[in-house]
Design a protein around this ligand. Structure first.
Ligand SMILES: O=C(CO)[C@H](O)[C@H](O)COP(=O)(O)O
Length: 210
């Protein structure tokens, strides 16, 4: 069964915990966004894991160097999954995987900004990562002409475990899952909704209906 990941791109631990409390019944993975971690430090990871020990806590570190060191910090704080940039060198990804194995946790590679996301996904899966995030970041989403269909098409031909992030919402989540994504990541569609719990519930139901 495909998983639903809520991306919490808010700025304080208090706001993040409040959102997570509303949407937890409908999501499998709680992602702490990069700006949130930069603002609050690793304490937000610990607070979220303590509040939701039954969920996978995903620390969106977007590590570009010192993979083992940065991943180790997040795993010690309570993260289950951390991200490393696909544009980083393989040594950085291998270092993060080493830390993940030491803690019994996992690494996700984020392909944001990478020219050939499918090729990189196929390469890095060999390094022992859990799955690869086919990702169009917020700045790319705000560029004229952006369409999530690009990521959906990439997922369909990746042939390795992937998630999709980059504007997942109720109108496209079925296509995201049908393309073979194991995880659908939804940020603004949940935290930006008037009723985040209802939004998460609807996304969950759309996944389950596929
Ligand atoms: O990692 C991120 C930005 O770098 C976001 O969390 C990710 O893109 C999901 O958010 P949204 O659904 O709003 O695109």
């Amino acid at each position: 069964m495909a998983k639903l990941q809520v991306a919490i791109d808010l700025l304080t631990t208090e706001e993040a915990l409040a959102l997570a409390a509303k949407v937890a019944p409908y999501v499998d993975i709680i992602e702490l966004g990069t700006p949130l971690i930069k603002n609050m430090g690793s304490s937000v990871i610990t607070a979220m894991k303590q509040a939701h020990p039954d969920k996978l806590v995903f620390a969106d570190l977007k590590t570009a160097d010192a993979g083992e060191l940065e991943a180790d910090i997040a795993f010690k704080a309570g993260a289950d999954l951390v991200t490393v940039m696909g544009a980083a060198g393989n040594a950085t990804i291998i270092g993060a995987v080493k830390a993940a194995r030491a803690h019994g946790k996992g690494v996700v590679v984020d392909t944001i900004g990478y020219p050939d996301r499918v090729k990189r996904a196929q390469e890095v899966i060999e390094l022992g990562v859990e799955f690869v995030e086919l990702h169009a970041g917020l700045d790319e989403q705000w560029t004229a002409g952006y369409s999530i269909q690009v990521l959906i098409d990439e997922a369909a031909r990746a042939g390795v475990p992937v998630s999709i992030a980059g504007g997942v919402n109720l109108s496209n989540i079925a296509a995201v899952i049908k393309a073979g994504a194991q995880v659908a990541v939804a940020g603004a569609a949940i935290y930006g909704a008037e009723d985040p719990a209802a939004a998460a519930k609807a996304l969950r139901e759309a996944i389950d209906a596929v």
